[in-house]
Design a protein around this ligand. Structure first.
Ligand code: NCD
Length: 316
């Protein structure tokens, strides 16, 4: 089993075989999570610190549960975004952390690149739980596991990623992963919600939902990231729903067995019809949450194996 990384900061450094290794291990943790006794000992004796500089419900809970199921000492620190002043403060935080000797650090931060910076300053393994608009690797991995289990494979699929792509780290990590595993990726968004330089991503782009969803195996919806917008990106939510909101009529253009995904939290009636989101025959949104715990267990397990393989740093 090879996974030669000290940190998990993004999808970009991962090779296809490493992605497969992680997903195979996650499959085993899905099975464990469905048993009454859910404990393993892969992180026994290790300390995991979760630092969320941005609000989070499911990601933070998922990392906490993953660490506890693997026997780590888990501590969650909720950091107020308003108290960060970039640079110095983040480095001060790293110093404080080093003094506590954590083994695994899970970080979410509103600024792209902040987690990479922190990783350079701390002695432990770092997992990026979402940095600004940059990357959210465990989300893309849990989406990949959900797709692989629903479709039986993770290659040569047509995946439509729809909505607010410009502000989405979820989209970015998913594009990288799906492209690397040789899938056809289509982005569907109004011109205002597409990132600059999209041509280099190796994706197809359309502004029309019906065209974008045509024969898709997977329809991945994204939340309108209003907190990252400074106004003027969409005419109105009603108009947006009319053109880009996923409903049964638009979904009919995708393959008959296409699955519907959403990373959550959802704005029902803005990017997705509520009834469709709850339709267990089409929507795998609940499965995504379950896969999230298993993928985070697998990621922390693999990083911990690498940690244990290194000699302990003795600080004098
Ligand atoms: C995403 C995030 O925070 O990037 N949510 C999540 O991790 N479950 C997507 C979002 O906030 O829309």
């Amino acid at each position: 089993m090879r996974f030669d990384h000290r940190h998990l900061l993004g999808i970009d450094p991962l090779r296809p075989d490493e992605i497969v290794t992680l997903l195979d291990l996650a499959d085993r943790y899905v099975a464990l999570g469905r048993q009454r006794e859910k404990h393993a000992t892969s992180l026994a004796g290790l300390t995991q610190v979760n630092m969320f500089f941005e609000n989070s419900t499911r990601t933070q809970a998922s990392f906490e549960l993953a660490g506890k199921r693997l026997g780590a000492d888990v501590m969650s620190m909720s950091m107020q975004a308003s108290s960060i002043k970039k640079g110095e403060t983040l480095i001060d935080t790293a110093m404080t952390l080093n003094a506590m000797h954590p083994d695994l650090l899970v970080v979410r931060h509103p600024q792209s690149g902040a987690v990479d910076l922190l990783a350079q300053k701390v002695r432990c393994a770092v997992i990026n739980a979402g940095d600004g608009r940059h990357e959210h690797p465990t989300q893309a991995l849990l989406d990949a596991l959900t797709i692989r289990r629903a479709k039986g494979r993770l290659h040569r699929l047509t995946v439509a990623i729809c909505g607010d792509i410009a502000h989405s780290r979820v989209a970015r990590s998913n594009i990288l992963l799906l492209h690397r595993m040789e899938n056809r990726v289509r982005l569907v968004a109004p011109p205002t919600l597409l990132p600059a330089g999209i041509d280099g991503f190796g994706v197809e782009v359309t502004h029309d939902m019906r065209e974008g969803l045509k024969d898709a195996d997977v329809v991945m919806m994204l939340r309108l990231q209003k907190e990252r917008m400074d106004g003027g990106f969409i005419p109105s939510e009603r108009e947006y729903y009319h053109r880009y909101g996923l409903d049964a009529e638009k979904l009919a253009h995708a393959k008959e067995d296409a699955i519907v995904m959403h990373p959550g939290p959802m704005n029902r009636g803005v990017e997705i019809d509520g009834t469709l989101a709850d339709d267990i025959n089409r929507s795998v949104i609940q499965e995504q949450v379950e896969m999230g715990v298993a993928v985070r267990m697998a990621a922390m397990d693999l990083l911990a194996r690498n940690l244990r393989a290194r000699p302990t740093e003795v600080i004098t």
